[in-house]
Write a protein that binds this ligand. Structure first.
Ligand SMILES: [Fe+2]
Length: 287
């Protein structure tokens, strides 16, 4: 794997005054630590994932992107044209036409998603807001060996501290096509070196830092539906898909309800500058 730095224009830049506030929020214990004494949990959403896999194939068939329903999701690259698989971003391997097809989701999709949320609530047993529109991503096999992807936490892209991240593989994932994750202790030590200033981190990011990050990241190996739930301060990074199978994943975030006041102080770094509030980034229902 070769290192290459590109422009990471999605990283937030706080004013000097707000950076202090952010740092104090950042250092507060996450709910997973408080309730479960862990930074990473797993929840089995296998049944719901199977339903979603079927629905995705149905949708693509209806849209005439594929011409048979008898396919496995991890082989989808063999059934679609190459303009659907072309990488459209050098800092996000999942940005392609097929991912964009699901920027608009239908009722069935949201019904399955809500059944996932209900199951997560049963396991977590605390009240939370949940991301209104989860992100479905396709990561296609590639021969590319140049790593331009920034090891990060989502709090570096404007998300409010205290969120919990969920990442659900809809296809089974291996060390050559998954996402890699670290753990809280190592991530905290790593980002402390940059004083939790992610703008500074992304600017001085270089080959040495990349190697240091790779040293504390491990691929998440899992079967379809084995959802990883992690403290939002756990560093993670997508992997270049050097396997022969497409990786399909769903990612979303939840916010414990008692953090709504803090969350109001934050905005997404995307063009929408999303508000991290009920009815905006999060669904209007509390669960
Ligand atoms: Fe992320």
């Amino acid at each position: 794997m070769k290192f290459k730095k590109v422009k990471y224009d999605f990283v937030q830049k706080y004013s000097r005054t707000f950076q202090h506030v952010f740092k104090s929020h950042y250092n507060k214990d996450n709910i997973l630590i408080k309730k479960f004494n862990t930074d990473i949990l797993k929840i089995d959403l296998g049944t719901e994932s199977k339903k979603l896999e079927k629905h995705i194939i149905d949708c693509l068939y209806k849209k005439k992107i594929i011409h048979t329903k008898k396919i496995q999701l991890n082989k989808i690259h063999e059934y679609i044209t190459s303009d659907n698989t072309n990488e459209e971003s050098n800092n996000d391997v999942t940005r392609n036409k097929l991912t964009e097809v699901f920027f608009e989701k239908d009722e069935v999709f949201f019904k399955i998603y809500f059944s996932m949320i209900t199951k997560i609530k049963k396991k977590l047993k605390f009240n939370f807001l949940f991301q209104k529109d989860p992100f479905l991503r396709f990561n296609f096999p590639t021969k590319n060996k140049v790593d331009t992807l920034l090891p990060h936490v989502d709090l570096a892209i404007g998300h409010p501290p205290g969120e919990v991240n969920l990442w659900l593989p809809l296809t089974s994932v291996t060390k050559s096509n998954s996402m890699s994750v670290s753990n809280l202790k190592k991530s905290m030590l790593f980002f402390k070196k940059f004083d939790f200033d992610f703008d500074y981190y992304s600017k001085i990011y270089n080959k040495k830092i990349w190697k240091m990050a790779l040293g504390i990241l491990k691929p998440y190996i899992a079967k379809q539906g084995e959802t990883i739930v992690f403290d939002s301060r756990v560093m993670h990074k997508s992997l270049l898909n050097n396997s022969k199978k497409t990786r399909v994943s769903l990612d979303f975030r939840i916010l414990p309800t008692d953090l709504q006041k803090i969350a109001k102080m934050y905005r997404g770094t995307g063009y929408k500058k999303q508000k991290f509030q009920k009815g905006h980034y999060y669904d209007s229902r509390i669960i």
